[in-house]
Design a protein around this ligand. Structure first.
Ligand SMILES: Nc1nc2c(ncn2[C@@H]2O[C@H](COP(=O)(O)OP(=O)(O)OP(=O)(O)O)[C@@H](O)[C@H]2O)c(=O)[nH]1
Length: 379
């Protein structure tokens, strides 16, 4: 598991490019194959025809490997660069009247579809410059109408491809953000949590993960007593405070008043201490709303990730612990499998006493028991 929460953009973008690649490679397989057979069959440009047949073979491999999702990145670059080479060499070896150079017009579009702006821009510039150079060798002089028309149409196709891809990428980012964000609090939603977890599992560097299920206590009463708008303010402020308190963790709102926090640690005592701290931070300051300050507490169910976790397994375990914390009186954490050391108990005890003089610590073990941070019935 990695320490930072990754975004899901990379995987989605990769899937999009893969689908595009399958379509393009299938097309170049057919066209290159047809042209190769024709050139070899007519005996007109046998070597070039053989190269085209070779490119049809490469296209077939790329298509197959993309479908099987076993395509190394370098093969995609090889495929695009070979196409550029094929187009340019076709222009170089044939008579200018054959107009092989018009194939160069396809290159910017293919580059942008396959690679996006960052890579397609230099590739298209390279194709543009080398096409100009190849034409100059054939005395296709600058300023003549055919030269101007060709170059201007290349620039037009390039400009359109760039603009289209830039807007497509922006749109995709915006839609992705909307799909993954909880509109009320601005933090990630359940889908974002699922995608983050999937990315974490794919990440090679691994560290421990603790999953905290955080639920506001007696939230229905907040709504009933202070109104839905005040309830919304509580949700927003609470998510902001949790994020501020745990800036390196990933927080998601996964239900009405339920949040999930990915804490990147596998040390039970650390996780428990930080979870308790969250309870204390939320309890310490009532949330300001238009109806006045509202005291709020939270209950937290904590689970530490086993070696091969699934998200549903972690959520189920954390939910069981949350249930324990709620049942034990709320405003506390519950975590399976943690036996607290005398030191951590003492520290926790002192912390609670500072915040609430009337508090007492119960339980020498967190083994399926809750550690109250405050007496029941608060909020
Ligand atoms: N204001 C507001 N309320 C919401 C939103 N989503 C869910 N709720 C409310 O959250 C409340 C959840 O109440 P319950 O599930 O009964 O839980 P609770 O009152 O917090 O009780 P415990 O969890 O047992 O402590 C319901 O009243 C929902 O209407 C929201 O987006 N805004």
């Amino acid at each position: 598991m990695s320490h930072t929460a990754p975004t899901a953009t990379t995987a989605a973008d990769h899937a999009f490019r893969s689908r595009v690649l399958i379509g393009i490679s299938l097309t170049t397989l057919l066209l290159s194959g047809l042209l190769g057979v024709s050139n070899v069959g007519r005996g007109a440009a046998v070597i070039y025809g053989a190269v085209q047949l070779g490119y049809a073979g490469l296209s077939g491999y790329v298509c197959w490997a993309a479908i099987k999702q076993r395509l190394p990145n370098w093969v995609v670059y090889l495929y695009a660069l070979t196409l550029t080479g094929l187009v340019l060499s076709g222009t170089a070896i044939s008579s200018i009247q054959a107009y092989n150079v018009v194939w160069a017009l396809t290159l910017p579009t293919i580059n942008y579809l396959l690679f996006g702006q960052r890579i397609a821009l230099p590739l298209s510039l390279f194709a543009f410059a080398t096409t100009l150079y190849t034409l100059s060798l054939k005395e296709f002089t600058f300023g003549t109408p055919p030269f101007n028309n060709l170059m201007l149409s290349y620039l037009l196709v390039w400009g359109i491809s760039h603009s289209y891809e830039a807007n497509r990428a922006r749109n995709e980012q915006q839609l992705r953000r909307q799909a993954l964000t909880d509109p009320l609090t601005g933090i990630g939603n359940r889908l974002a949590m699922q995608q983050t977890f999937a990315e974490l599992q794919r990440a090679p560097a691994s560290a421990g993960l603790a999953l905290l299920l955080i639920d506001i206590d007696w939230f229905k009463q907040v709504n009933d007593s202070f109104g839905h708008e005040a309830g919304d303010t509580v949700l927003k402020t609470l998510s902001r405070r949790l994020t501020q308190q745990e800036p390196d963790s990933a927080l998601f709102r996964i239900g009405g008043e339920e949040f999930c926090l990915f804490m990147y640690s596998d040390k039970p005592a650390t996780v428990a201490a930080r979870a308790r701290q969250l309870c204390e931070v939320i309890r310490a300051t009532p949330i300001t709303t238009h109806t006045g300050p509202i005291p709020v507490t939270i209950s937290i169910g904590v689970t530490l990730s086993p070696p091969e976790p699934t998200l549903s397994m972690l959520l189920r375990d954390a939910d069981t612990q949350l249930y324990v914390a709620k049942g034990a009186g709320r405003d506390q954490i519950s975590m399976l499998g943690l036996v607290e050391t005398p030191n951590s108990q003492a520290a926790a005890h002192q912390g609670r006493r500072r915040a609430h003089r009337d508090q007492s610590v119960s339980g020498s073990s967190l083994d399926a028991t809750a550690t109250p941070a405050r007496k029941a019935g608060t909020g």
